[in-house]
Design a protein around this ligand. Structure first.
Ligand SMILES: [Zn+2]
Length: 367
């Protein structure tokens, strides 16, 4: 379980999503449309194929292995094929994606990558450069030369989607941490899927503006100003494990991760288990990153598993497609699942409370 703890600690900060910019070294690109972003909207090809819009650029820490980059590339493409092919997707909102593959074990390489990335932005996307942390006006350079883009208090940043296309930014900024492949190549794979899932979610709401986007995606509900992980992170957590299990054709991965996400504490000390903390705590939609992020992510994943078991994967996917109209989370939830989220959470809580371990695990798919 230790690896899970490490991973979740990494995920927690990034998925907060208030940061804006990043970058570094160019390695691989796959771009049928490298210049699309600067083209006027009416010039965007009206194609049904996401590949006609594809614009992914990978910046790579100098010390990262080819093996890391191969896993990254493989699971980016894998997730694209799963989520981006549907005709309902807003293909024009899926790219550009700037992917930064860091070496979590090499701080210097992250600083170097900050420089490279900023030089690239300055050249290719000057307005994003100006609005980002790359701009000297927007950062305090540390003595070691770091600017807090891929670095954080003397350490290498973890995985996150730290930027989304807007009138201030060109691109998604997908920062990817690294894992020790000698024992943890799984995390390298499913974290990539997790972050790509966020890009799919966000692509449906790009253009509504930050505040509205939060209310459409369920990160904020009503006038509550506190960010909630359960919905967006629940989806990304659950489906990253499900998709990864399908890829390796081994559903013990999903079972183990979901089991640990309920019956372990997801912590380094002796706190109660996630399940106990959830049942003694507030409703899932009132759990915040600060109050108990692990409950938000893990019970969120169980809530998604529960809904998926009842409604099927297509309906789960449709929630995000439906969000393209700008409908807010409560109404979209009601329309998509036929019941309001408050009632559904009560039923889910009862299910968690009253079911045996076996009954709980039985809602997870085996194919
Ligand atoms: Zn996330």
């Amino acid at each position: 379980m230790k690896k899970n703890i490490v991973l979740l600690l990494l995920l927690i900060s990034f998925c907060g999503g208030t940061e804006m910019t990043e970058g570094s070294l160019i390695i691989t690109t796959n771009t049928s449309q490298e210049t699309t972003t600067t083209v006027l909207e009416e010039a965007i090809p009206k194609s049904d194929n996401y590949l006609d819009y594809r614009d992914v650029k990978i910046f790579r820490a100098s010390t990262i292995s080819d093996e890391h980059v191969n896993i990254l590339t493989k699971y980016i493409e894998y997730t694209e094929q799963l989520l981006f092919k549907d005709k309902s997707v807003k293909r024009e909102n899926l790219y550009p994606i700037l992917v930064v593959q860091l070496d979590s074990e090499n701080y210097e390489s992250a600083i170097d990558l900050e420089k490279e990335y900023c030089e690239y932005l300055k050249e290719e996307y000057p307005s994003t450069f100006n609005n980002s942390r790359c701009n000297p006006r927007n950062h305090n350079k540390e003595d070691d030369g770091s600017i807090g883009l891929f670095t954080d208090g003397g350490r290498v940043s973890g995985s996150s989607i730290s930027g989304t296309p807007s009138d201030r930014e060109c691109c998604y900024l997908f920062i990817n941490g690294s894992f020790d492949l000698s024992w943890d190549s799984r995390s390298q794979a499913y974290v990539t899927i997790h972050e790509m899932y966020h890009i799919f979610q966000l692509s449906n709401v790009v253009g509504f503006g930050y505040d509205l986007e939060q209310k459409i995606t369920g990160k904020r509900i009503g006038n509550d100003e506190r960010d909630k992980p359960f919905w967006m992170e629940g989806y990304a957590t659950y489906f990253s494990h499900l998709y990864y299990s399908r890829d390796i054709n081994d559903f013990s991965h999903l079972q183990n991760e979901m089991y640990g996400g309920l019956f372990s504490c997801y912590c380094g000390d002796n706190q109660p288990t996630i399940k106990e903390r959830y049942l003694s705590g507030p409703e899932l939609y009132n759990v915040t990153w600060e109050s108990d992020w692990a409950v938000g992510y893990q019970v969120g994943a169980w809530f998604i598993a529960y809904l998926t078991n009842i409604h099927g994967e297509q309906t789960m996917y449709d929630f995000w497609i439906n969000s393209q109209t700008g409908i807010l989370f409560p109404e979209n939830f009601q329309n998509t699942f036929g019941k309001d989220y408050i009632t559904y959470e009560e039923e889910f809580r009862n299910f968690i409370t009253n079911s045996s371990e076996e009954e709980l695990m039985s809602i997870l798919p085996n194919s």
